[in-house]
Design a protein around this ligand. Sequence first.
Ligand code: HEM
Length: 397
Amino acid sequence: MSELTMPTTRRRPLDPPEKLTELRQHGALHRMTYADGHQGWLVTGYAAARAVLASPHFSNLTEKQHPPIKAARMNLSDKGKAKLPPGFFLRMDEPEHTRFRKLLTGQFTVRRMKLLEPRIAEIVDARLDAMVAAGGPVDLVQEFALPIPSLVICELLGVPYEDRSSFQQDTKLLASLETEADDALAALGRISAFMYGLIQRKRAQPADDLISGLIETGELNDEELTGVALLLLIAGHETTANMLGLGTYALLTNPDQLAAMRDDPAAVDNGVEELMRYLTIIHLGPIRTALRDVEIEGVTIEAGQTVTLHLPTANRDPSRFAGGDELDLARPAGGHLTFGHGIHQCLGQQLARAEMRIAFPALLRRLPGLRLAVTPEEVPMRSDMSIYGVHRLPVTW
Ligand code: HEM
């Protein structure tokens, strides 16, 4: 029985748990005891993590997986797992996954993403106007990081303006840690019912949005469409929100990097990639289970064994990113694993990039005096949530 259990304690909030960095120095794959006693694996090396994600011999079905830690405290993804609706294709294997992925790729077109950019800029400006009107200090998570992705998803799916405030209230309830489990499940129920109703309305009155586009393919029934809409909401909301919150914290605590993001438009695109690499907010997975014996870097993972990939440690592997423990917006950061790799690689990555490329410079230019309203040590970190980030970010300007 392995003595290793999943380390989650970080000494420095922006670095992976030290234990994991130490393990990576000794190898890429490590035997690990899971929360239910299962003897599985932990991957800390870049090449090995990429190889697992690229292999067709690993499953992403929830029921095949063992939990690396005892259920993380309530968060959006775990609430979503309670009962996966049909159409939640992140948790499907081939060939079911391929059917949905193809249909969705056809909707995430370059044209649709380009059309969204001016709307993202308007949404960002409106949030900044509201912050300026309210005056500091404010919690940047509540006022900026959470509402932006939520409104962008409304835009993508085609949620009408008049419905947005109730929809946003429910997505906020779902994303908040303070929400009790029953309230969160109730909110999830209302969002599902809302999505179902939206699909009926789009059937009657199609528009130029993703749901109408999916309906037009004629391939999915209403339950599947509801599941797809829910997946997009869950996968695209809290992830981007945590990147905006934690990214701002990282910039505020690295002032020379903040200046580059604010003052040099040529630094923004790569700067966002570097923030994604350095912060790697998905920090307790992806998780996969071997469908047959698979050899990765000379180690045999047996059929039925679960593998947890620690992407933050993999993304700092010196064999791939030299000096990777430093945040350096000028470093070539392409090839990081923050959006995953292989068949499940993030479908919304271009949208997430567009949101960050617009939001970070706009925030820093509009509020050039932006600073933490507490000490960096007082900012509460999401160590036990499946998506890392800051719970709150009190700022003033
Ligand atoms: C910074 C923000 C984001 C991060 C870090 C992120 C990260 C990821 C990762 C790591 C995966 C793969 C999970 C796995 O292999 O098990 C994934 C999948 C996915 N993401 Fe994202 N994501 C982000 C934003 C978004 C957005 C904005 C959307 C949509 C609007 C989105 C939609 C999806 C979907 C639908 C999948 C499942 C793809 C599949 O199974 O084929 N994500 N994301």
